[in-house]
Design a protein around this ligand. Sequence first.
Ligand SMILES: Nc1ncnc2c1ncn2[C@@H]1O[C@H](COP(=O)(O)OP(=O)(O)OP(=O)(O)O)[C@@H](O)[C@H]1O
Length: 331
Amino acid sequence: MNDYILQVENLKTYFKLDTGTLKAVDDVTFYLKRNETIGIIGESGCGKSVTAHSILRTVQNPGKVLGGRILYDDGSGPVDLVTCSPDSKAMRKLRGKDISMIFQEPMASLSPVYTIGAQMMEAVLVHQEKKDKKAAKELCMEMLRAVGMPDPEQKYNAYPHQMSGGQCQRAMIAIAMVNKPKILIADEPTTALDVTVQAQITDLMKHFQKEFNMSIIYITHDMGVIAEMADTIAVMYLGRVVESGSARAIFKNPIHPYTKGLLKSMPVLGNKSSERLHAIEGNVPVPLDPPDECGFCSRCQEKTAACAGSIPPLVEVEPDHLVRCFHYQGE
Ligand SMILES: Nc1ncnc2c1ncn2[C@@H]1O[C@H](COP(=O)(O)OP(=O)(O)OP(=O)(O)O)[C@@H](O)[C@H]1O
């Protein structure tokens, strides 16, 4: 069996707007191994969420996946999701069953007008040919207990507004996990929570990963969470992967000035709290008809005249460690 459950290659997702073409995801390549976690990191607007929605084929209009491949292999051979229509039976079967997604804001996926139980039952029954409601309810209760929901019987009949933020997050995870997906896409799932609940939620994901042999795409702007969760890392900037490799390689030997900037912005245990954290100056620009140059060059401390000439290629630094920077052209 192929080592990779997902291979994303040269993915392009653009939004054709009246004002021009917004290249949200532009030539993105990364690979996800079975039972492993890839961390996708970058500041707000780098294209992380649009990448996730491209995989699930749920990109909002007028966004369209316009190029590349998304090879998903559940063990029976790779299928290119780019060739599947977003509304196809194949994609509907895949979403929520093989690949599930959880969000920063549970209310983005929980309906306010249905109970948690009704939403869980819907998630189970939609993928069953013979609808067995009794078995489905048992599965839902088992999952509510597995996510550590307090008083699961009562929460099964509760509406989201009757629960705390952390409980809603657990309910969303229970819905995402109830079909034991092969891939979980977690888009900033802990950002809105306090640190104790954050740690509980990441532990929960690791527990499910082991129990169900699940792969995870963990999207965040927090290098600390990535250090805790990820086996491999893809650093995104302005719609492109600018550096990727094993977590060890990225933390020990970061090459791209953007990766180095992100690492310097991480708090270090033992440093005095009065010491200011490094911040990368400026903001991520909007990739509306972007010029053919390194996307980071407007903010890069190391830029030279060469950086504005064209888009740097992805170069292999060491096996499986790739970087997209004119200053690194290989040995
Ligand atoms: N529906 C849309 N219409 C137009 N532009 C969009 C749409 N959704 C996203 N974009 C643009 O695509 C680019 C990438 O956005 P995306 O949400 O993927 O970034 P992100 O890295 O996930 O940021 P965040 O951490 O804030 O979610 C941004 O410039 C954003 O403004």
